[in-house]
Design a protein. Structure first.
Lengths: 139, 393
């Protein structure tokens, strides 16, 4: 098998997202706050999605959120994820408002539910690559 | 202000054709698509020289970026209008709508709308899935191992949470379409299945088991459209485009406005308005069925039942013969064939056959209005087309 086929897709920053992925490396999830209309966005872009202002400011998210939806993946999407299954992918509603895709740290799938609290935990996936993942908040 | 321009009744489908589908080894996507095209030409009694427009989707098992151009060369035709559309699963509907618009606008007289791929034997299953996953964002989605299947899965999960839709109701969609496929010559899967069979099949991504997921297939299909003025030159049973509507609500699943209500609401409304009818008038439907839950949500968003009632609607037999809206009478992507982007072409061909009255034992008696809804990329892309017989004009 071609070794390229089993390498995981790593996030490769572009001009819009460089600061975001640098932030993840230091454990910070940087959200874009619009200084004109107060809109908060996760997906990194040069303009505010609500008012098109370029006056955006990065602020680290609290890291707290809730699970809007999830799915436990048993069939790997390609060879790169074969060793990971089963794993849970999550749609997280961040405390600041935006929604994001992430995955669950650990395999406590029985504890997964809608609208329950989770907190950010960055996970190293390669030498210089980290992902913003989430873990369940236990009492 | 919006204008109310309409292509209602201006363009008709005059030829349909399909290659063998299911497991078809040793044949390239171009070969399969050319095969389907020649059959569509024969169906229309048309020479290929009549075709001056070609629209296709792309094929995963082919290296061509411009599949429509490569297909034209393969057929040795030189169209004056061509494009390769790229809106994932909605490509079929978008291509039909766009072909109709081009003909109505005078950009082309006669447009071939074709697509073929060999997902099953032209590439390994892992490569096929990988090809699908590469269509997701490489920064914000794919690193988490979220292929397109999971985006659909998460919408279904939330639908189940909000409306109490059950796994049994999802499974009923697969069971119903399998029953339909049993009567369709050439269907890939024809052995009967039960709800328990679906629930006991391997879990792929919750809530979807293997039998909740569409097949992986080879195959191609082609339709030929021309102006209403010329349609009768080719067939006694033109099937007219009565309305088209599309909607593109987001790229990333995390920016989908509402996980349980999709842009099909808007695409369908536009198509109904153009056709001057409502969901109640539709006799037969082809609904993109990449997953069982997708169909349940679309039945709601297309207006066949109320929001949240899709599960009960399916459970009570409303999407088969004798029900409110017989759907995917050929068996759909869950049982007939799913060669990727071409899959929804088969929905069009089946609805055309229903409106021609040529479905034999699958015929929905007296079908005059048909609807085809195609979608893709985690409900990002939506295209609705309403078709009608001569009597609906």
């Amino acid at each position: 098998m071609n070794s390229q086929l089993i390498e995981k897709p790593l996030p490769i920053a572009d001009g819009d997202s460089e600061a975001f992925w640098e932030g993840i490396k230091t454990g910070k999830l940087l959200l874009q706050h619009c200084c004109e209309c107060n809109h908060v966005q996760y997906y990194q872009q040069r303009i505010c999605r609500q008012c098109q202002s370029e006056n955006l400011q990065h602020r680290a998210a609290s890291g707290r959120g809730t699970i809007h939806s999830y799915s436990v993946v048993y069939r790997a999407p390609g060879p790169a994820f074969k060793l990971d299954v089963p794993y849970a992918v999550l749609l997280i509603d961040l405390e600041e408002g935006p929604r994001m895709i992430s995955s669950l740290v650990g395999k406590d799938f029985d504890a997964l539910d809608f609208d329950i609290p989770v907190k950010l935990k960055t996970v190293q996936i390669a030498d210089d690559s980290y992902l913003p993942c989430f873990e369940l908040v236990t009492e | 202000m919006r204008t109310n321009r309409s292509l209602r009744g201006k363009v008709a489908i005059v030829g349909i054709g399909q290659s063998p589908s299911g497991r078809v080894p040793g044949r390239s996507p171009l070969d399969l698509t050319a095969d389907a095209t020649l059959k569509a030409l024969a169906d229309a009694g048309m020479d290929k020289s009549e075709i001056d427009g070609v629209l296709t989707g792309n094929a995963f098992a082919s290296s061509f970026h411009r599949f429509s151009i490569a297909l034209s060369e393969y057929l040795n035709i030189q169209p004056s209008y061509s494009n390769t559309l790229q809106v994932s699963g909605a490509t079929a509907g978008a291509a039909i709508n766009t072909a109709a618009a081009a003909i109505h606008a005078g950009l082309a007289d006669t447009v071939l709308v074709a697509c073929g791929d060999s997902l099953l034997t032209g590439m390994t299953p892992d490569m096929a899935i990988r090809a699908m996953t590469e269509s997701r964002d490489q920064q914000y989605e794919m690193p988490f191992g979220i292929p397109v299947a999971n985006t659909f899965a998460m919408t279904a999960q939330r639908h189940m949470k909000e409306y109490g839709t059950t796994s049994e109701q999802l499974a009923q969609v697969a069971v119903t379409f399998r029953e339909h496929a049993r009567r369709t010559p050439g269907a890939q899967k024809t052995e009967p299945i039960t709800i328990d069979d679906v629930l006991n099949s391997k879990m792929v991504t919750t809530p979807y088991h293997k039998l909740d997921c569409s097949l992986i297939s080879d195959g191609a299909a082609a339709l030929i459209l021309t102006s209403a003025e010329r349609a009768r030159e080719y067939t006694n049973e033109p099937v007219y485009i009565l309305g088209g509507g599309e909607f593109y609500s987001h790229e990333h699943i995390f920016l989908m406005p509402d996980l349980t209500q999709t842009g099909a609401v808007q695409s369908a409304q536009k198509a109904y308005d153009m056709a001057g009818i409502s969901a109640d008038d539709i006799d037969v439907a082809g609904i993109y069925d990449c997953f069982t839950g997708t169909v349940i949500m679309m039945l709601e968003d297309l207006g066949f039942c109320k929001k949240g009632e899709g599960g009960a609607f399916v459970e009570s037999g409303q999407i088969t013969y004798g029900g409110k809206i017989p759907t995917n009478t050929h068996g759909g992507m869950l049982s007939y064939a799913h060669p990727g982007i071409p899959a929804a072409w088969f929905h069009f061909i089946e609805v055309v056959r229903q409106l021609r009255g040529s479905c034999g034992e699958r015929q929905v008696a007296g079908a005059e209005h048909g609807l085809v809804h195609t979608l893709g990329a985690g409900f990002s892309t939506q295209a609705t087309t309403i078709l009608g017989t001569q009597s609906t004009l």
